[in-house]
Design a protein around this ligand. Structure first.
Ligand code: GAR
Length: 222
């Protein structure tokens, strides 16, 4: 199968980017990271890309609804086209993708979010879940829609929230699952196995859930 070209957007350290690069290089997914784009000049994700000889481009984005923001949107679209990107992967990209990219890549933009959407959308999913006191949280890969964190859900992983957890410890537990489910979602996309129906996603020949019954957290004494 011809690998698809990925354009990965990052704002920070880029561990999800790394898991995607590793899965591509190991031949686990039929994809290549063609370009990495960041709104932050010093994002470590850019450095990770360069280490793998992948083009890494900083596009200053400015504030929402400013000429600089619109310019960045157009520039990002140009970069994606130049690198013949088939699928855009938001991997810890902390800005809204602009309308030009969203419409050109409609149904071809994925996002990873560190909570079980639709719970705890926004930029502090893990802290918000820990502070709320939920017993189970997790992560979600979904198609990006213009309204933030609302698009059709492809895959989720649930983890327990443990006594004494704060945002950091929960973040680490969730991150380990992010690194598993994002490459998987990309591979299903590459294989043409994802079909959006309204706000639901059908995964063709989806394997059964890894845990077949339930995560109950805390566990049962009975
Ligand atoms: C990840 O936990 C990702 O889910 C989250 O940012 C982190 C980036 O980590 N994304 C969001 O919160 C999006 N709203 P990484 O740079 O190490 O991949």
């Amino acid at each position: 199968m011809m690998p698809i070209n990925l354009g990965v957007f990052v704002s920070g350290r880029g561990t999800n980017l790394q898991s995607i690069i590793d899965a591509c290089e190991a031949g686990k997914i039929d994809a290549t990271v063609a370009v990495v784009i960041s709104d932050q000049a010093d994002a470590y994700g850019l450095e990770r890309a360069r280490k793998h000889n992948t083009p890494a481009i900083y596009t200053p984005v400015g504030k929402n609804n400013t000429p600089e923001y619109d310019e960045a949107d157009r520039k990002q679209l140009e970069i994606l086209r130049e690198h013949q990107v088939d699928l855009v992967c938001l991997a810890g990209y902390m800005r809204r993708v602009g309308p030009a990219v969203l419409s050109a890549y409609s149904e071809s933009i994925l996002n990873i979010h560190p909570a079980l959407l639709p719970s705890f959308p926004g930029t502090h999913g893990q802290e918000d879940a820990a502070n709320y006191g939920v017993r189970v949280s997790g992560c979600t890969v979904h198609f990006a829609w213009p309204k933030f964190d609302t698009g059709p859900i492809i895959i989720q992983a649930a983890v327990p929230v443990l006594p004494g957890d704060d945002g950091d410890s929960l973040t680490a537990r969730i991150l380990r699952q992010e690194h598993k489910i994002y490459p998987q979602a990309i591979q299903w996309f590459a294989q043409g196995r994802l079909q959006i129906e309204g706000r639901c996603v059908k995964v063709k020949d989806a394997p059964p859930p890894t845990i077949t019954e339930a995560i109950i957290s805390p566990g049962l004494d009975l």
